[in-house]
Design a protein around this ligand. Structure first.
Ligand SMILES: Nc1ncnc2c1ncn2[C@@H]1O[C@H](COP(=O)(O)OP(=O)(O)OP(=O)(O)O)[C@@H](O)[C@H]1O
Ligand SMILES: [Mg+2]
Length: 262
């Protein structure tokens, strides 16, 4: 079981869109995927059609130790893709766990039983736009971080801070944490700035950046309002096809890692 966390403290860069559609694409190629919604906004839950009424238990109950992760799981409409939904209560976790010694390991501890059960081959964690306790929990529980980066002028702003946080978690909480890759999102080929940002990011981060670029695509932005991943809403659209390619790259990187480790 590989645990990938989708993180960037910058808001609206495509974290949730990537978590939902990468999760769907991985499930489509036969992986058994669990998407954990670790954002109090609950966008990943809503985007997968899991409305409030279906959120009997949420990640909040899991992190507070009141439910197991397995008890929090809801099936999505995509075969092979399960979800642990969130709700606004999740924003209280930081305060409520403030006095707890193992507060940064709540999610990792909760994942142990799931790992042992062998139910999933991939766990994706969608993070809030913040480097708070929820993001730290996700990174402490993860094998690798996947960073969505929007192709716009301020893309690189805040990235130093994100990398510093990853480093910090790596040295103090989770020595196995790696960066899976950086994915360029909302690329607009009619906009020269998009290409320039993509170039800059590739020059700076080299191979860490996936070959696949996610284009700006209306169908991708429409899909969540139907409670569907873009891949289900319109499989043929450029955005869906890009997420399928991204899934292939992610799996190839994981395989290459496994070979190195073996
Ligand atoms: N490839 C794309 N093409 C068009 N619109 C997109 C694309 N990716 C994301 N969007 C839209 O951009 C907005 C932000 O995307 P998303 O919610 O995935 O970002 P986020 O990083 O999860 O945001 P937050 O920081 O609030 O959690 C959404 O309205 C989404 O539909
Ligand atoms: Mg989001």
């Amino acid at each position: 079981m590989r645990v990938l966390v989708v993180a960037n403290q910058k808001g609206g860069v495509g974290k949730t869109t990537t978590a939902i559609n990468l999760g769907t694409a991985l499930a489509a190629v036969g992986e058994r995927v669990l998407l954990i919604d670790s954002d109090p906004q609950g966008n990943a839950s809503t985007g997968l059609g899991i409305g409030r009424a279906l959120r009997k238990h949420t990640l909040y109950d899991v992190l507070m130790g009141e439910k197991t992760l397995a008890e929090g799981v809801v099936k999505s409409s995509v075969p092979g893709l399960d979800v642990v939904p969130s709700d606004p209560d999740l924003s209280g976790v930081e305060m409520e766990l403030a006095q707890e010694a193992r507060r940064s390991y709540k999610l990792r501890d909760a994942l142990d039983a799931v790992r042992e059960a062998g139910t999933y081959s991939y766990v994706l964690i969608d993070c809030p736009p913040s480097l708070n306790l929820l993001t730290v929990n996700a990174m402490a529980a993860a094998d690798a971080v996947l960073v969505p980066l929007q192709c716009e002028f301020f893309a690189l702003e805040g990235l130093t801070q994100l990398m510093r946080t990853i480093d910090l978690v790596h040295t103090s909480l989770n020595p196995k944490l790696e960066i899976q890759g950086i994915v360029l999102t909302m690329f607009d080929r009619r906009n020269g700035l998009s290409a320039q940002v993509a170039n800059d990011v590739r020059n700076h981060f080299g191979e860490t950046v996936y070959q696949t670029v996610i284009p700006r695509n209306v169908r991708v932005s429409e899909a969540p309002s139907f409670g569907k991943p873009a891949l289900v809403y319109d499989l043929k659209c450029a955005g869906s096809q890009a997420y399928l390619r991204l899934a292939r790259e992610v799996v190839l990187r994981e395989r290459a890692r496994r070979k190195v480790a073996a």
